[in-house]
Design a protein around this ligand. Structure first.
Ligand code: C2E
Ligand code: CA
Ligand code: CA
Ligand code: CA
Length: 278
């Protein structure tokens, strides 16, 4: 082998090598995980700000890795995107979330289920059929399902995506724009999109209690969303001041650690059986 000397370069090289191996291993692992039930869903409630009542849940994937423990999506979803595995992964999520949501329909609130959809899923010609199948296999009614899509995904491929989303909405499925404000979509575009819900990114909610200018920008987004007849969800609400502020500007729905972290299925049943205390 080539002598590179005892410098930090060798150490650096071997660290890169270890990282590469690590990623390769994780990639092979993920493929297996999808088939061996190592993926789990946690669910975070959305709450009506006026009453504290739960309106629905968002399905958030985790990987119960046999060696590495419970992994957050940040540590494997990007890799799944790069390798195309995200299509299989998200298909599993969609079917699993619909199945659980169908069980929850016994509750009087009939909570909705939101599922994160990736670009690679949306551009597939069989996407609409997949969603239809998830609904028919689970027995979930279409109006209880919300698909969350980021702005960039929609704008990337308007001609294909818009008719597809319209088709799903015709069935009663709702479409949400996720992380709104972090992308580059112009407001003009937004009016052209077949959507129902705007989820205002956490970065805007972070500023409302402390920063007057930030608060006025967030208020403008909420009022615009209202004008466009969209429902508005404030993401990442962590403290009472933020919830109070959102109530004051008539934002209808919130989501965040203030009410609940994402929880497992048992946690969902607990949340639905405990009395609302807000
Ligand atoms: P997201 O769709 O924007 O989901 C919200 C993330 O914010 C979740 O992180 C949630 O746990 C976190 N969060 C909620 N409330 C609060 C809060 O009050 N404070 C703070 N600091 N964080 C809060 P999580 O579960 O780690 O998911 C991260 C991202 O991974 C998601 O962002 C989504 O983009 C992606 N993801 C999650 N599940 C899936 C999936 O099934 N498929 C795909 N393609 N992506 C997923
Ligand atoms: Ca989301
Ligand atoms: Ca989000
Ligand atoms: Ca986010």
């Amino acid at each position: 082998a080539k002598d590179r000397g005892p410098s930090t370069v060798a150490a650096y090289d071997s660290r890169l090598h270890a990282e590469a191996l690590d990623r390769l291993e994780l990639r092979a692992d993920l493929q297996r995980a999808i088939f061996q039930n190592e993926l789990v869903l946690h669910y975070q409630p959305t709450v009506e700000l006026e009453t504290g009542r739960i309106t629905g849940f968002e399905a958030l994937v985790r990987w119960q890795h046999p060696v590495r423990g419970l992994l957050s999506p940040a540590s494997f979803v990007p890799m799944a995107e790069e390798t195309g595995l995200v299509v299989q992964l998200n298909t599993w999520v969609l079917f699993q979330a619909c199945r659980f949501a169908a069980v929850l329909q016994n509750d009087w609130r009939r909570p909705t289920m939101s599922v994160n959809i990736s670009a690679q899923q949306l551009v597939r010609t069989d996407f609409v059929e997949q969603v239809n199948r998830a609904l028919s296999e689970s027995g979930l009614s279409a109006d209880r399902l919300t698909l969350e899509i980021t702005e960039s995904v929609v704008l990337q491929d308007l001609e294909d995506v818009v008719p597809r989303l319209s088709q799903l909405r015709d069935r009663g499925i709702r479409v949400a724009i996720d992380d709104f404000g972090t992308g580059y979509s112009s407001l003009a575009y937004l009016t052209e999109l077949p959507i129902d819900v705007l989820k205002v990114d956490k970065s805007f909610i972070d500023r409302v209690a402390s920063d007057a200018q930030g608060a006025s920008v967030t208020e403008a987004i909420i009022s615009m969303s209202h004008t466009m007849n969209l429902s508005t969800v404030a993401e990442g609400v962590e403290v009472a001041e933020q919830a109070a502020w959102l109530r004051q500007v008539r934002c209808p729905i919130g989501q965040g650690y203030y009410w609940s972290r994402p929880v497992d299925e048992n946690g969902v049943h607990d949340l639905l059986t405990r009395p609302t205390n807000e």
